[in-house]
Design a protein around this ligand. Structure first.
Ligand SMILES: Cc1cc2nc3c(=O)[nH]c(=O)nc-3n(C[C@H](O)[C@H](O)[C@H](O)COP(=O)(O)O)c2cc1C
Length: 334
């Protein structure tokens, strides 16, 4: 069976981002232009993402990247969803959608090399706000998917967002079930990250491995007065130079809406990469109910019709470390 085109395309798309770098996808190649997309139940996040909304948006991200990566072949992606809920109690890869590569109708404006250049930057940013022209282009990308991107470069708003994200991280880590779920994805050393090819590697999170070990395995230490505050201060300081924050609203309830959100985020992120702008999503502010409510109250806008589903910081930074990925052959089911 000829699967050269699929392998070429998936070798790009496998660099799609996913929450905690779970890469919850697998592919069964049927023939040169058909494949089945499957989800891996053990790679879902049932504690933080009980309704599977972020995992579905992850599928949107990789589906859009498959379509972009198919462009040089004169192809685009057609997706037929099975409309199955993402169920973490199942065992082994479960069919999620049929994929077909079909002749491309509209030329693809985004170069697929951007998929390889894109990454999350948790580094300090370079003290300059994102230019209004780029922000306008990004807002247009969101609008084209029926979403709304709002942003601010007001120092007070930026400080409020960074504070909320830091509080959320420490709230999540205090809760044992959430801490255990995140801890399952933490890779404490480079060797550990290389071996699994997934997860939140300490080097990509910019934390020393020993500190990550203390956080997840000896969390009681952080209850000691002063230690918690000191860590929060260090974490917030790692985001110095941030001058622009943004928040996205759009339909984010049904699975199809979440997939559409992910497709939008893929194009938004690659458009930023095209302009040399990095992104740091604060997804945990959404998955933590208390922080999500605080954010909704803070950014209340009577004209906004749809829910807020993502908060981010964006800006210019040095090139961040590249998170690992699962090898292509290990994503393909034979
Ligand atoms: C929907 C979504 C939410 C995310 N939320 C967070 C977050 O709260 N904090 C964080 O540091 N990274 C977050 N990330 C970034 C992922 O951890 C990152 O994409 C993944 O580890 C792969 O790294 P890369 O983007 O550099 O390739 C999120 C990514 C996605 C797609």
């Amino acid at each position: 069976m000829q699967t050269k085109i699929w392998r070429d395309i998936l070798d790009y798309a496998r660099w799609a981002p996913s929450p905690h770098n779970t890469q919850h996808w697998k592919f069964k190649l049927v023939d040169e232009t058909h494949a089945v997309l499957l989800y891996e139940p053990s790679r879902l996040l049932p504690v933080e993402d009980g309704k599977g909304q972020f995992m579905a948006s992850g599928f949107g991200l990789i589906l859009e990247m498959i379509s972009i990566a198919a462009a040089p072949h004169g192809l685009e992606l057609k997706v037929d969803l099975f409309d199955v809920p993402l169920d973490d109690s199942k065992v082994g890869p479960q069919p999620f959608a049929n994929l077909s590569l079909i002749p491309r109708v509209i030329p693809e404006p985004l170069d697929r090399e951007l998929i390889l250049q894109r990454r999350t930057s948790r580094l300090p940013y370079e003290d300059s706000p994102v230019s209004p022209a780029v922000l306008t282009e990004l807002a247009e990308v969101a609008t084209s998917f029926g979403h709304q991107l709002e942003f601010s470069s007001d120092p007070k708003e930026v400080a409020w967002v960074l504070g909320l994200n830091a509080n959320t991280m420490f709230l999540d880590l205090r809760d044992k079930t959430t801490r255990d779920e995140i801890g399952h994805w933490v890779r404490y050393s480079i060797a550990h990250a290389k071996k699994t090819g997934d997860g939140l590697a300490a080097f990509a999170m910019l934390f020393p491995g020993w500190m990550m070990t203390l956080f997840f395995k000896h969390n009681w230490l952080f209850q000691i007065p002063g230690v918690h505050q000191l860590c929060k201060w260090v974490y917030t300081k790692s985001m110095r130079g941030t001058k622009t924050v943004a928040w996205i609203s759009g339909k984010f309830e049904e699975q199809r809406d979440c997939i559409n959100s992910g497709r939008m985020l893929a194009r938004l992120w690659l458009t930023m990469t095209k302009h040399g702008v990095y992104l740091h999503p604060f997804g945990s502010v959404i998955t933590n109910a208390r922080s999500h409510k605080e954010m909704k109250d803070h950014f209340a806008n009577p004209e906004r019709k749809e829910p807020l589903w993502l908060l981010v910081r964006l800006g210019h930074s040095n090139e961040p470390p590249r998170a690992m990925r699962i090898a292509l052959e290990d994503l393909i089911i034979h």
